[in-house]
Design a protein around this ligand. Structure first.
Ligand code: GUN
Length: 278
């Protein structure tokens, strides 16, 4: 293997350890961070994520409560819960696990979250702040990606970054964060004329499309940093959007799946929740 393996699991673990320290200092001053996680319906993947978030809270010393609501809950009932959590002084962060079941209006629910408690960084106020360079909550997966690249200690400024995927949760905010770091950023999507040609130019390539093993070694410039955000399940096995086995031979550094970006998302959520108290 030619590439340096970016160990997200270890980095996330060290961030959680730092946060645990910080939380005990906050507690000494009578402040305990609190996170409310809202899960609607019974999507198995969402249930796994929510369980991981609760476990991380417990480890760090963050108070957490889960609101597991039935799939057929009304929009009004969901909005009433969000409103109650907005007003709850013990809750500093509110996370509504996405996607919501069909029939519920995701945009309206996100808009209802108090931007000061929007630890996911999905509220339009925080999205706007990210784009104009103001302080605010940043989506957790993109924040984790930047943190992984920063720790490689190679300058991001002036680099060519290609992000494949334009979702509101990953692609767009990742591009905005790299732009803020003075990279030259290209976003590719399903209508891009030649994704392969774009990717081959990248110093830093971020794959966030949800297509197993889409990125092949020919797509990667030798020595490039490759960040794989894909979490695809094939016969119960997790695989990324990058064909890891072949790309690792040409990349300069690469994240594995699992154990790359995934654990960082949760660590950054914990960091945001602690920051929400401060
Ligand atoms: N679904 C997939 N990723 C995320 C995330 O980062 N936050 C929330 N709330 N839902 C998600």
């Amino acid at each position: 293997m030619g590439a340096q393996l970016i160990n997200g699991k270890d980095i996330a673990q060290s961030i959680r350890k730092e946060l645990k320290e910080k939380v005990s200092q906050l507690e000494a001053r009578g402040k305990k961070p609190g996170l409310a996680v809202v899960l609607v319906g019974d999507d198995p993947a969402s249930a796994v994520y929510v369980r991981q978030k609760k476990r991380a809270c417990k480890e760090i010393g963050i108070y957490s409560e889960e609101h597991h609501l039935p799939e057929d809950i009304s929009q009004d009932e969901l909005l009433t819960l969000v409103d109650r959590l907005n007003k709850d002084p013990n809750i500093h962060g509110i996370l509504v696990q996405l996607p919501l079941p069909e029939g519920l209006d995701e945009t309206e629910v996100i808009d209802a979250i108090d931007p000061r408690k929007d630890v996911d960084g999905f509220h339009p106020i925080n999205v706007g702040r990210l784009h104009i360079g103001e302080k605010g909550f940043v989506p957790c997966t993109p924040a984790g990606i930047i943190e992984l690249v920063r720790r490689l200690e190679v300058p991001i400024s002036g680099k060519k970054v290609v992000v494949v995927g334009r979702s509101n949760i990953v692609g767009k905010p990742t591009a905005a964060l790299f732009l803020r770091e003075n990279a030259t950023v290209t976003i590719c999507h399903s209508r891009t004329k030649d994704v392969f040609e774009e990717c081959r130019q990248a110093d830093i390539l971020v794959a966030a499309v949800g297509k197993p093993h889409m990125v092949k070694k020919e797509w990667v410039k030798p020595g490039a940093i490759v960040i794989d955000v894909g979490i695809n399940r094939i016969d119960g096995r997790l695989v990324g959007d990058v064909d890891f086995d072949e790309v690792k031979e040409v990349a300069g550094a690469i994240t594995p799946v699992p154990g790359g970006v995934g654990p960082m998302t949760i660590a950054m959520l914990m960091k945001a929740t602690v920051a929400a108290v401060e």
